[in-house]
Design a protein around this ligand. Structure first.
Ligand code: HEC
Length: 116
C-alpha cells in the first residue's frame, strides 16, 4: 500500500499542467487551438534548426492591433491563404486575442537564455 502515492503522481503533474494552461482565457485557449491547427504549419518553427517560413505571431504582430490582425487573416496574401470561409468572426477574434497574448520572439529567446 506504500506505493499508492505513485498513482497520485501523474494526476498531480496533469493538474499542474492544466493549471498552467488556465493562464489563458477560454477565448485565448480556443485561439491557441486554431493557431496550432491552421497556422502553425507556416508560423511556428518546425524544430530548433529550421526557421519558420512565416513571421512569428505575437503581441508585436501588426502593432498588436486586433482588428488589423483579423483583417489580415480574412484576406490572406499571395503566399498566405484566406481563412474567411474557414473561421467565423468569433473564431478569428479568438486567434487574434491569443496572438496578442504571446510574447514576441526576442522576449522568448531572452527568457530561454535567462538562467536566473
Ligand atoms: C501557407 C502558409 C501560411 C499559413 C497556413 C498561415 N500563414 Fe500567416 N503568413 C504567411 C506568410 C508567408 C506571411 C508573411 C507575410 C505575407 O507575405 O503574407 C504571413 C503573415 C501573416 C500575418 C501578418 C504578419 C505581419 O507581421 O505582417 C498574420 C497576422 C498572419 N499571417 C496570421 C495567420 C494566422 C492567424 C493563420 C492561421 C489562421 C495563418 N497566418 C496561416 C503564411 C501562412
Amino acid at each position: 500500500m506504500r506505493q499508492l502515492w505513485l498513482l497520485a503522481l501523474p494526476i498531480y503533474i496533469l493538474s499542474a499542467q492544466v493549471h498552467a494552461q488556465s493562464a489563458l482565457t477560454p477565448r485565448q485557449q480556443e485561439g491557441q487551438k486554431i493557431l496550432m491547427t491552421s497556422c502553425g504549419l507556416c508560423h511556428e518553427k518546425p524544430d530548433i534548426l529550421n526557421p519558420a517560413v512565416a513571421p512569428h505571431l505575437s503581441r508585436s504582430t501588426l502593432g498588436g492591433h486586433v482588428d488589423d490582425i483579423i483583417a489580415y487573416i480574412k484576406t490572406g496574401s499571395n503566399v498566405m491563404p484566406s481563412f474567411k470561409y474557414m473561421y467565423n468572426d468569433e473564431q478569428l477574434r479568438s486567434v487574434a486575442d491569443y496572438i496578442i497574448s504571446r510574447p514576441d520572439e526576442a522576449a522568448e529567446g531572452h527568457k530561454a537564455n535567462d538562467k536566473k
